[in-house]
Design a binder for this molecule. Sequence first.
Ligand SMILES: [Cu+2]
Length: 204
Amino acid sequence: MSLAVRRSPRPLALAVAVAALGALLVVGSGGPAGAQAKSSAEIDGTAANKWQPSTVTIKPGGTVTFKVAGGATHPVGSGTAPPGDKKFDASDCTLAHMTKVGDSCTVKFPKAGTYPFFCEVHYALGMTGTITVGSGGGSGGGAATTTSGGVPVVTSPSAAPPPPPGHPVIYWAGWGLFALGALLALAFIALYVRFAPGFNRPRR
Ligand SMILES: [Cu+2]
């Protein structure tokens, strides 16, 4: 195909297409509230001896896969270290299962709650995290525990409501595309009016 670039408002069509794509993304991603809680999540143990991400939120009945992404040897323990609790079953995440890069284990979380976890080797370096199952609205009951500088700190349950559900990134990307398309369309219309033959506006 050898479509010559004509002076037709083809760029305008492009701009409209960009805007339409953006609008589609907005509509497509603006699903029901609460969609931010996924049914599964992956947490990587990195070479820097951190969990990435260190906090995730999943739906009740969902799963979390812990993966050795670097540094090797990141066995997972439930609770705050040591020795942790047995709130979730980490029997597939022991040293034998989590020794080399690429090793992984998957834990199912049937009940809502807040589940701290730690790397049994690197917890003292701050390799800890928290899995929230459910909306995070305190349905776990009891105090949430976090570690601060290796010392377990128990914080009382907060009475504050959970943060409002956010929109996924793609939602805002959609709006961005939409705005870009609209701007492009305006710019092309302005250019067209200015330079198109037949519009002999006086030039300064
Ligand atoms: Cu580790």
